[in-house]
Design a protein around this ligand. Structure first.
Ligand SMILES: Cc1cc2nc3c(=O)[nH]c(=O)nc-3n(C[C@H](O)[C@H](O)[C@H](O)COP(=O)(O)OP(=O)(O)OC[C@H]3O[C@@H](n4cnc5c(N)ncnc54)[C@H](O)[C@@H]3O)c2cc1C
Ligand code: SF4
Length: 496
């Protein structure tokens, strides 16, 4: 064996096995192209995935969920680091690319082919059939979601039951830990096994650190075989050659890091955008039982107000940490753990940030700068105010807004005015983001974008980016379906 522990070759090498990478592999392998898939994270069998939160986060989350933004008020960016990517830890919520976003991509960014209405609709139809997408049924809605539905009805808000890729959901509320019965069609149990059955090869725990070029073209990748459970220990190096193309789908954070490490510059890592959120907890007289129901079952999309409200069930360890009070007061609430509901607001932020590589071996490998604007914070405050009102409308005895500087417990509806009138800053909240976009955006003009309509890098033929980095704007909805739809079409064109 030479300098490499693993050497391999395919028509295409795909870096990352999440929503983007797995979809590209599914389409290319079905078209008879040979595909080599790589992921930095491990391939975990469903039965081996830890159910307790600590183990789940250690085994499946990038940096144990501690990757944070840099800026005046850092907040975590949650991402999966396992085969299946973030889809293997997500809630399965499905939204097609909103029509206003699609039109903006065509009219403002000239992406008429990428965002072609009929082409995208066809891709979404196929994906919805293949991934068993349907509305959450009444049987597994659960009380957390049902209470939100009640509140929406009372306050005349346009709520709806969430559509998910989990038709056979049993309501275990464990999506974060991986679906125990493989009902949720995340990539690790759907498009990855289908690609492998069609002839694709997968190397897990293989972190790509460079795209290789020859004669001005991308011709493969090389990197480190990393040991499971360790962020850095090496089991050797690998090199994969690609006869037709290198597809990078490592996420809106990791993709620009890899491109920059491979010598690409210009707009790489610019225009990073996010759809972050914060949660409100309410305590009810009767048991809510967050441990039963689809992890997320009900939503109130308020598109014209740039926000989306969602029910969000949590593992008890996380919920316990969210309860206010200390000593006996906290213990008393802990004893009532079954009586809480939790809902969150996500804001389609206008802020733009940047992503840059850090030095290897210095913790997280990406430095993400992102600071919400004053308008983003006003929208967030409006969303939190609405959630507090909804909690009381549904009958909450007390509400925990989770805002530093305000009383931790609101006792009745009149106290919601405190939230509404607060000069809310990002540092007052436990913000979190997992919907990330735009750091290698698509466009016609090479001076203002990284890839063209075919998702091929302007600066390096043979290199394709197929994840949410290419989205020129923030969607304001849960992104996995849009990523899959856009990639599905681009991969079909590439296969042809
Ligand atoms: C907790 C959580 C809940 C969510 N809930 C929903 C939801 O309900 N609905 C929804 O639409 N969206 C949801 N999302 C977001 C959604 O999962 C992501 O937007 C989507 O998975 C992103 O797809 P991607 O292909 O860009 O990246 P990912 O799915 O994150 O996949 C990237 C993959 O690349 C690998 N990788 C990164 N760098 C390298 C490298 N250098 N070498 C090799 N491999 C590498 C990673 O290990 C990872 O497996 C959620 C996300 C999280 C974290
Ligand atoms: S709630 Fe439970 S059964 Fe339903 S999709 Fe999530 S993990 Fe699977």
């Amino acid at each position: 064996m030479g300098a490499y522990t693993i050497e391999d070759e395919g028509d295409f090498v795909v870096v990352g096995t999440g929503a983007g990478g797995a979809t590209a592999a599914r389409v290319l392998s079905a078209a008879g192209r040979s595909v080599v898939l790589l992921d930095e994270g491990p391939r975990l069998k469903t039965e081996d995935r830890p159910r307790a939160l600590l183990g789940a986060m250690t085994s499946a989350f990038r940096d144990f969920g501690t990757t944070t933004t840099r800026g005046t008020s850092p907040f975590p960016l949650l991402q999966g680091r396992l085969v299946g990517g973030s889809t293997a830890i997500n809630s399965g919520i499905i939204w097609r690319l909103p029509e206003d976003v699609r039109r903006e991509w065509v009219e403002r960014y000239g992406l008429s082919e990428l965002a072609d209405e009929a082409g995208l609709a066809r891709a979404f139809d196929t994906i919805e059939r293949e991934l068993e997408i349907t509305e959450t049924s009444d049987e597994v809605l659960g009380n957390n979601a049902a209470l939100m539905a009640l509140a929406a009805e009372k306050l005349k808000l346009p709520g709806k039951v969430i559509s998910r890729n989990a038709a056979r959901c049993k309501g275990t509320a464990q999506c974060l830990q991986g679906c125990p019965g493989e009902a949720r069609q995340s990539m690790d149990v759907s498009y990855i096994p289908r690609s492998l059955a069609a002839g694709a090869r997968l190397h897990d725990q293989a972190r790509v650190d460079r795209v290789l070029r020859e004669g001005g073209r991308a011709v493969g990748v090389e990197g480190e075989l990393v040991e499971r459970g360790s962020e850095g220990r090496s089991r050797g190096r690998f090199k994969i050659r690609a006869k037709r193309g290198v597809i990078v789908a490592a996420s809106a954070v990791q993709t620009p890091v890899l491109l920059r490490r491979s010598g690409l510059r210009g707009m790489v890592g610019e225009r990073f955008q996010a759809h972050p959120g914060a949660a409100v907890v309410g305590r009810f007289k009767d048991p809510v039982g967050m441990g039963f129901g689809a992890t997320q079952g009900y939503e109130v999309p308020l598109r014209d107000r740039f926000m989306k409200l969602e029910s969000l069930s949590m593992p008890p360890e996380m919920l316990g940490a969210r309860l206010p009070g200390a000593g006996p007061a906290w213990q008393e609430r802990l004893g009532q753990l079954d009586h809480f509901a939790q809902w969150c607001v996500l804001v389609r932020m206008e802020a733009h940030g940047t992503v840059r590589p850090t030095l290897f071996g210095t913790g997280s490998d990406a430095a993400v700068s992102f600071t919400p604007t004053a308008l983003d914070m006003r929208r967030l405050r409006e969303g939190l105010t609405t959630l507090c009102r909804m909690m009381f409308a549904a009958g909450a005895l007390e509400v925990y807004p989770g805002i530093a500087g305000l009383p931790p417990v609101l006792k009745d509806l009149s106290e919601v005015a405190l939230v509404e009138g607060y000069d809310l800053k990002a540092r007052h909240l436990n913000l979190m983001a997992s919907h990330l976009f735009g750091s290698a955006c698509a466009g016609k003009d090479p001076a203002r974008s990284v890839v063209g309509e075919d998702l091929q890098a302007h600066a390096l033929p043979g290199l394709y980016v197929m994840d949410s980095s290419v989205f020129p704007t923030n969607l304001g909805v849960n992104p996995q379906h849009s990523i899959m739809g856009v990639v599905y079409r681009a991969a079909e064109r590439l296969a042809a």
